[in-house]
Design a protein around this ligand. Structure first.
Ligand SMILES: NC(=O)c1ccc[n+]([C@@H]2O[C@H](COP(=O)([O-])OP(=O)(O)OC[C@H]3O[C@@H](n4cnc5c(N)ncnc54)[C@H](OP(=O)(O)O)[C@@H]3O)[C@@H](O)[C@H]2O)c1
Length: 299
């Protein structure tokens, strides 16, 4: 059935790939992001409406969402926010307000593994608080997608590899945890938005093909870029924090990222059940060859 589908964050990693799955199927797609330039890439597509604005503005958001059969919502971080947790709450409350004002009854919420708790989840704590708020909406059907750590996060390590000749992060070298390609998150999101059959409140974990350690990931990435035997180094938290701040991230975000890493190291993100519904196809080898290698060699 053709639907009116609103997508917040439509130009991001997950959002843009989700849109591409849904184009040309007869749906009306209402695409939201702040930046007009990236949104404009979709403006000539049939059935697409471009809505530039911020989701912290609940009046804007509710106007766009009104009349939608289903909405795809997420909680993008603001790296410039002085207090990332306070920003997430402001955004989360504006989204809840917009759902109520618009009368939308079906929500697909992009959360994360760890979305069940604020304990030791770092930046994901804000997503856990949003899951709770959404679950308190009485007459709205909500499905929380809980994808694991994105393979695309590894693109942020390229400067470290190029400048320090190691791969490194605050995540432990030998802790296996689920890692997923955003292409697989987008495919799952598009399938759910197309059928929109969920009711009540439910959760769908999305865990990638298997759990990987950073040692394994580094071995695959280093082979793909033609630098075999690149070592992986677990940076101490204080050193990682200083490094992130030198790269321009503010202290609040650096702390939230360290918190996430600490949670990964303690297995907090290994709790979702891996089965045929949560396991997704794209391997780290696929990602290394098709995404990491070209980006590495392009800059
Ligand atoms: N990275 C991970 O490992 C991971 C794992 C699990 C779950 N997640 C969740 O997945 C979400 C999406 O990830 P992603 O990689 O697709 O994000 P992304 O590439 O950073 O994209 C964010 C999207 O949201 C838009 N946006 C940002 N702030 C906005 C605002 N205030 N109002 C309206 N639009 C806004 C951005 O466009 P503009 O900047 O132009 O507005 C962009 O379209 C994350 O925010 C996180 O909550 C991430």
């Amino acid at each position: 059935m053709k639907k009116i589908i609103t997508i917040l964050g439509a130009t991001g990693n997950v959002g843009s790939k989700t849109v591409k799955h849904l184009l040309g199927k007869g749906h009306t797609l209402r695409l939201i992001a702040r930046g007009v330039e990236k949104l404009s890439a979709f403006k000539n597509e049939s059935g697409v409406e471009i809505h530039s604005g911020t989701a912290t503005d609940s009046d804007f958001l509710s106007r766009v969402m009104k009349g939608s059969d289903v909405v795809f919502l997420m909680m993008p971080a603001d790296f410039t926010a002085v207090n990332i947790g306070a920003y997430q709450d402001k955004l989360g409350l504006a989204i809840i307000d917009a759902i109520k004002k618009s009368g939308v009854k079906k929500v697909l919420n992009l959360s994360s593994v760890g979305g069940h708790t604020e304990e030791k989840t770092g930046i994901v704590a804000g997503l856990a608080r949003q899951e709770k708020r959404l679950n308190e909406l009485t007459d709205v059907d909500v499905l929380h997608l809980r994808p694991s750590y994105f393979m695309e996060n590894l693109l942020g390590n390229i400067p470290i590899i190029k400048n320090m000749h190691v791969n490194g992060s605050p995540i432990a070298a030998d802790r296996a945890f689920p890692i997923i390609a955003t292409a697989d998150v987008a495919r799952a999101a598009a399938e759910q938005l197309t059928s929109a059959t969920w009711s009540g409140k439910s959760v769908q974990p999305l865990l990638g093909p298997k759990d990987y350690t950073m040692n394994e990931v580094t071995s695959v990435l280093s082979n793909a870029i033609g630098q075999p035997n690149l070592p992986y180094v677990q940076f101490p938290f204080d050193q990682a924090k200083q490094g992130m701040m030198q790269m321009g991230l503010n202290e609040s975000f650096a702390d939230a990222y360290i918190g996430l890493s600490d949670g990964i190291n303690h297995g907090v993100f290994n709790l979702e059940k891996r089965d045929h519904t949560s396991t997704t196809p794209t391997t780290i080898e696929d990602f290394a060859a098709n995404t990491f290698k070209p980006v590495y060699h392009s800059n």
